[in-house]
Design a protein. Structure first.
Lengths: 268, 210
């Protein structure tokens, strides 16, 4: 019976060894758990989300710059649809006589920290956002009265919303240029002709407007761009062609040195 | 003298066997465990990554009519497309391609993936219209989210995706067939011009990120 006892002892050792070995894989799982966010992070998210909600406050009365009244009327878009050229009805609206200034935008980010350079976040803007400023609330060297540039689309939109206005639609912007003439863009601080809309480009609400209007659309940007000229209602309007091409190449998070904006509002 | 030798040999064999078995069990346990519950609950939800689309503060409604926050999509990969239900030809193709994609997905991918269709035609696509669309195409509730947003919310989402469409009054709706894959936290990890262009690429992207 001595052998049986010995066998039992060996078997016991085996089992112990087995347990020890199978336990060896446990630390890996523990480590995996350790990497998971701690529950407190969840609470932090909720706070963060509230703090980061875009402002919905009432108009602040800033930027009461002169505005131009554009009466309602028909506008022939640069691009024709499937059924040929059809004028589009544009309701009356008012639009800033000149693009929003650096000064005005500084007031905006002062009151709305979420849109400061350090706070905007990579979803809404690339790093070049307000790149020529010296800091979150410092304008840097360029004149305070110059047009603010390197502004991402969401920030431009939030600015207009903060004063109870909105970005103009592409059709509105183009109609304003047609109604007002070259002076519409002359205040951009550039001598370039209105035809090319100066050296300053401007955001519109629907910059990602798709000029093709038949249900089946070619996918590639190249098609979009190259097809553009062929679809123009007025092929001689090179400026319009450039503007549409430029806008369709934009992404909402772009913060370009030569891209600013102005606001518009319904009514006369 | 012979008997103990035989005995010891058996002991050694037994010990080796048990040890090997234990080692294999130890190493295979995570795998076996996964087979039992192939899709462990997604990790605890931490703060949304900086680039998460779910940071967009925009209001949507599901096709059942209830308010729907984009962050509810968190936890699964999402294949996201923008559509409208009276779309003449592009959208039905797109949705059928997505359905085919879903059927072709390996089980582990399809269980970790949702499909989200957002209408760019909110004036026509009421929650009821979207619900009818769901029924017509037999889109199951577990995997498919159909969302209607305010025009502003849809514009914001499309701008973030780099999706172009026209919604100017008096002009027919038109849009691209862009398809986007979001990770479990709503970060864009892949986009392609259409499903048809390369269906495998969509599945591979998720498979690699699982």
């Amino acid at each position: 019976m001595g052998t049986a006892k010995r066998r039992a002892r060996w078997a016991m050792l085996g089992v112990l060894g087995a347990l020890a070995l199978s336990g060896a894989s446990r630390p890996r799982q523990v480590a995996a758990h350790a990497q998971e966010p701690e529950p407190p992070a969840l609470r932090a998210t909720a706070v963060l989300a509230d703090a980061e909600r875009p402002p919905s406050d009432a108009p602040l009365g800033v930027n009461q710059a002169p505005q131009l009244s554009i009466p309602s009327g028909e506008f022939l878009p640069f691009y024709r649809g499937k059924d040929g050229s059809k004028p589009v009805r544009v309701e009356a609206f008012r639009i800033d006589a000149r693009p929003v200034t650096r000064e005005a935008f500084l007031r905006f980010v002062t009151d709305h920290p979420r849109w400061r350079r350090s706070r905007i976040g990579r979803l809404f803007s690339e790093p070049s956002y307000l790149g020529d400023w010296a800091g979150d609330l410092e304008l840097g060297r360029a004149a305070a009265g110059d047009a603010v540039t390197a502004v991402a689309w969401f920030a431009a939109k939030a600015y207009c919303a903060s004063i109870g206005e909105r970005l103009p639609s592409t059709v509105e912007w183009e109609r304003a240029l047609k109604v007002i003439g070259p002076t519409f863009t002359a205040t951009n601080g550039s001598s370039a002709s209105a035809n090319v809309a100066a050296s300053l480009w401007e955001w519109t609400r629907d910059f990602n407007f798709l000029p093709l209007a038949d249900g089946d659309v070619n996918d590639s940007a190249a098609n979009l761009f190259c097809g553009a000229g062929a679809r123009a209602t007025d092929a001689s309007d090179y400026g319009a062609f450039l503007r549409y091409s430029f806008r369709s190449s934009l992404k909402a998070d772009f913060a370009l040195k030569n891209l600013g904006f102005r606001c518009a509002v319904d009514g006369t | 003298m012979v008997e103990p030798t035989v005995d010891r040999r058996w002991v050694v064999r037994g010990l080796l066997g048990v040890t090997l078995g234990a080692a294999m069990f130890g190493y295979l346990r995570p795998v076996l465990g996964q087979r039992r519950a192939p899709h462990p609950r997604p990790r605890t939800l931490g703060p949304l990554p900086e680039r998460s689309l779910y940071r967009l503060d925009a209001s949507f409604r599901s096709d059942s009519g209830r308010p729907f926050a984009l962050r509810e999509l968190r936890g699964k990969f999402q294949v996201l497309a923008l559509i409208f239900t009276r779309c003449p030809s592009v959208c039905p193709t797109l949705v059928h391609e997505l359905l085919a994609l879903e059927r072709a997905m390996p089980a582990e991918v399809s269980q970790a993936t949702g499909f989200t269709l957002v209408s760019i035609d909110p004036s026509h696509d009421t929650p009821e219209a979207l619900h009818a669309y769901r029924k017509k195409l037999a889109l199951d509730a577990e995997h498919w989210s159909l969302l209607r947003g305010e025009p502003e919310a849809v514009r914001d989402l499309s701008a973030l995706l780099g999706f172009s469409y026209s919604d100017t009054d008096g002009m027919p709706l038109a849009h691209s067939k862009l398809v986007t894959v979001l990770d479990r936290d709503g970060v864009v990890i892949h986009q392609q011009a259409s499903v048809g262009a390369d269906p495998d690429k969509l599945v591979d992207t998720i498979l690699r990120a699982l």
